[in-house]
Design a protein around this ligand. Structure first.
Ligand code: NAD
Length: 480
């Protein structure tokens, strides 16, 4: 019997109704191992109604009590870390060690971080001659949090934790491709008696559940992380009903390596930034720009390292690269590699599926792939691939590096490697991206603003930015 998931609506587990069931695949084996309810607009109506009902009491709780509930959920999650890590690894195909060290601990940190934020979020006041102003930050009501498949629980909690902390009630919609850990978290919330209706989770397809949330008149805001195509569609829907919307979308992030780059950690980090989670992280550096004087040596070392990476069973401790998430995504990434060849790119390593022996023989594995010989304007260097594929381009000057970095239509993150501080500051200011790292990558402080420019989205998450998004400012002026 395969695992049967459920929705969490008004504190109850609800089975599939009229929508039936969706198959959930194990990407490492290609087999179906679970079924997820295909939610409908009726399920969304029920969840929104439950959230509306819960809102007055939840928003009236003292912030410290909301924080206490969120910390209790984090405690319960941490107590089951191994189960959640195993489930995330199976659902996404990510190495178990990664789910254990990154995804699940970060999901717990998200809950704790925003629990603390709830207790520190304060209203501003502005005293003027003869008047005093104070600004209330009031929760919006019912909000929707729609998340993708690449970091399922990590991103789901990142979205709903600030919403709850600010006093809203949430209807969450995890990706139908990786629904398991959100379902498990819903079960945990029920087990610890989390107030009914405050956090609701409706499983199912984006075009049905997600769309119904975007269209629902009682949903006041939509926080979305996913592809630029879907994000654009959601923005249109939110514009029609004037909902607040936050969009964290795709990336095509440049990594700039100068000849004076600090060598310590450089290759390890560049390799990690390209291939972590099989390259399926919005922050992955997918375009490597290297100063020409060190280009050949750097490329050759990276090729040697990429060839040596262990691709295989995510449950195996030695595995560095698991499968990509689905057959559809496997076909997409392989199609991108084919396109790169057709555009004249030289595949330096990888470029092929990998067929591990044993239980993973039918999984969706792709060898770490490096491609050179393509200019900045081709589709390979402008479209998001979201797989274990890295392109390399040489540059001669800072100006050229900057032009290459900014040539893509996306602008999520960039990483710059140099020991020249003035250059680092100049480039950091000039690069079109919401997040810039110097001599590091994916180094995150949850207080900092997070988000992208250009096709990578609108709005910022993290710290006070998220708390502001999930509240409405109301200014009160008193004549003294
Ligand atoms: P996706 O856009 O296909 O789906 C994301 C979510 O939206 C899913 O839950 C999906 O069911 C839902 N959805 C689909 N159609 C919808 C609709 N019409 N209305 C409402 N919801 C709908 O993205 P994905 O394939 O799950 O995730 C990969 C993408 O996410 C990549 O482009 C990646 O760069 C991006 N991403 C961005 C960030 C970031 O912080 N900027 C983080 C992670 C992933």
């Amino acid at each position: 019997m395969s695992l049967r998931l459920s929705h969490l609506i008004g504190g109850d587990a609800r089975s599939a109704s009229d929508g039936g069931w969706l198959e959930v695949f194990d990407p490492a084996t290609g087999g179906v191992y679970a079924h997820c309810p295909a939610g409908t607009a009726h399920d969304v109506d029920a969840a929104v109604a439950a959230a509306r009902e819960a809102f007055p009491a939840w928003s009236a709780l003292p912030a410290a009590e909301r924080a206490a509930w969120m910390n209790r959920l984090a405690d319960a999650l941490e107590a089951r870390l191994e189960d959640f890590a195993a489930a995330e690894s199976r659902d996404v195909g990510k190495p178990l060690a990664l789910a254990r060290s990154l995804d699940i601990p970060r999901a717990a940190s998200n809950l704790r971080f925003f629990a603390a934020a709830a207790t520190q979020f304060a209203s501003e006041s502005h005293a003027g001659p003869g008047v005093v102003n104070y600004t209330l930050r009031q929760p919006l009501g019912v909000v929707a949090c729609i998340s993708p498949w690449n970091l399922p629980l990590y991103l789901f909690t990142w979205k709903f934790a600030p919403a709850l902390a600010a006093g809203n009630c949430v209807v969450g919609k995890p990706s139908e491709v990786t629904p398991v850990t959100a379902w498990m978290l819903g079960e945990l919330a029920r087990d610890i008696g989390f107030p009914a209706g405050v956090l609701n989770i409706v499983q199912g397809r984006g075009a049905e559940v997600g769309q119904a949330l975007v269209d629902h008149p009682d949903v006041k805001a939509v926080s979305f992380t996913g592809s630029t195509a879907v994000g654009t569609h959601i923005a249109e829907g939110c514009a029609r009903s004037l909902k607040k919307v936050s969009l964290e979308l795709g990336g095509k992030n440049p990594t700039l390596v100068f000849a004076d780059a600090p060598r310590e950690k450089l290759l390890d980090t560049v390799q990690r930034s390209a291939f972590l989670n099989s390259g399926q992280i919005c922050l992955c550096g997918s375009r490597l720009l290297v100063e020409r004087s060190i280009y050949d040596g750097f490329r050759d070392e990276l090729v040697t390292r990429a060839r040596a990476m262990v691709v295989g069973d995510p449950a195996d401790a030695a595995t560095q690269v698991g499968p990509v998430v689905s057959k559809a995504h496997f076909d997409k990434v392989m199609g991108c590699i084919q396109l790169a060849r057709a555009e004249g790119g030289r595949v330096l390593c990888g470029g092929e599926p990998v067929r591990p022996e044993g239980r993973c023989a039918d999984g969706w594995f792709i060898a770490p792939t490096l491609i050179e010989g393509l200019g900045p304007a081709c589709r390979t260097n402008t479209e998001e691939i979201f797989g274990p594929v890295l392109t390399l381009q040489p540059f001669d000057t800072d100006q050229e590096a900057l032009a290459l970095a900014n040539a893509a239509p996306y602008g999520l993150s960039a990483s710059i490697w140099t020991t020249d501080l003035r250059r680092a500051h100049r480039l950091a200011a000039a690069i079109e991206a919401g997040v810039v790292w110097v001599n590091t990558w994916m180094n995150r402080d949850l207080r900092t603003p997070f988000g992208g420019v250009k096709q990578s989205g609108i709005g910022r998450e993290g710290g006070w930015e998220a708390m502001r998004f999930f509240t409405e400012a109301k200014n009160v002026t008193i004549d003294l």
